[in-house]
Design a protein around this ligand. Structure first.
Ligand SMILES: CC(C)(COP(=O)(O)OP(=O)(O)OC[C@H]1O[C@@H](n2cnc3c(N)ncnc32)[C@H](O)[C@@H]1OP(=O)(O)O)[C@@H](O)C(=O)NCCC(=O)NCCS
Length: 187
């Protein structure tokens, strides 16, 4: 059956977005209807660490659904004075609207609130667009990631794609150490 294009319409939506802490009822929804089913155990484990105050999970909710998320590991590079931003993602179709930028800003505010001097992000080397976003937000590459945490991926460590480490100083004058980063750039 063919439908005449004159029946199609273009319309605007008034969509309210709400940035907040992740709740238990969000956990299954964060699999995004199958897109991240393979990460179900990571999401559950990370939520337990969220409840324990070790890994903050933020979601951006729209229409009762978490359409974006960012997590902050408060332990991974604590010895360096860095809060670690990871698992940043925005639902395809809602990208390039500024949601990712807002999530990173909220993550940075929480990292500073927890007393860290800098924020750190690990990005896959081939993810040029995400890297451009972080550069625009003031992050600089400081090294390679030779130590990806095992809970990131069910893949063995040697099968994980290469990453670079980027950092942004949040507190002027405060020191960010780099002892836990490999391939440190000296220029
Ligand atoms: C990276 C990501 C979180 C950015 O979220 P977002 O809401 O689109 O970000 P914003 O709208 O605030 O900023 C858009 C910027 O992101 C960058 N970007 C990242 N991926 C992009 C893509 N696939 N297409 C276009 N721009 C992209 C661009 O630099 C863009 O800047 P521009 O608008 O000036 O071109 C989102 O693209 C995403 O979920 N990607 C898949 C998961 C991912 O790669 N996460 C990062 C892991 S380190």
């Amino acid at each position: 059956m063919t439908v005449s294009a004159e029946h199609f319409e273009t319309f605007d939506l008034n969509l309210q977005l709400h940035l907040r802490y992740c709740r238990a009822e969000d956990v299954p929804k964060l699999e995004w209807g199958g897109m991240f089913s393979m990460d179900a155990y990571i999401i559950e484990k990370s939520f337990l660490r969220h409840l324990a105050g070790k890994n903050i999970m933020l979601v951006c909710e729209a229409n009762n659904f978490p359409i974006a998320q960012v997590w902050i590991d408060l332990e991974r590079h604590a010895a360096d004075g860095a809060g670690f931003i990871w698992a940043l993602r925005v639902l395809p179709g809602l990208r390039r609207l500024g949601i990712g930028t807002r999530l990173v800003a909220a993550a940075e505010a929480l990292i500073a609130e927890h007393g860290f001097a800098c924020a750190e992000i690990s990005v896959e080397t081939h993810n040029v667009r995400a890297r451009q976003l972080y550069e625009r937000l003031g992050y600089q590459q400081i090294g390679d990631d030779g130590d990806p945490p095992v809970e990131w991926s069910p893949e063995p460590e040697h099968l994980q794609p290469p990453h670079i480490i980027m950092r942004k100083q949040l507190t002027p004058g405060a020191e960010c150490r780099i002892e836990n980063v490999t391939g440190v750039q000296t220029h």
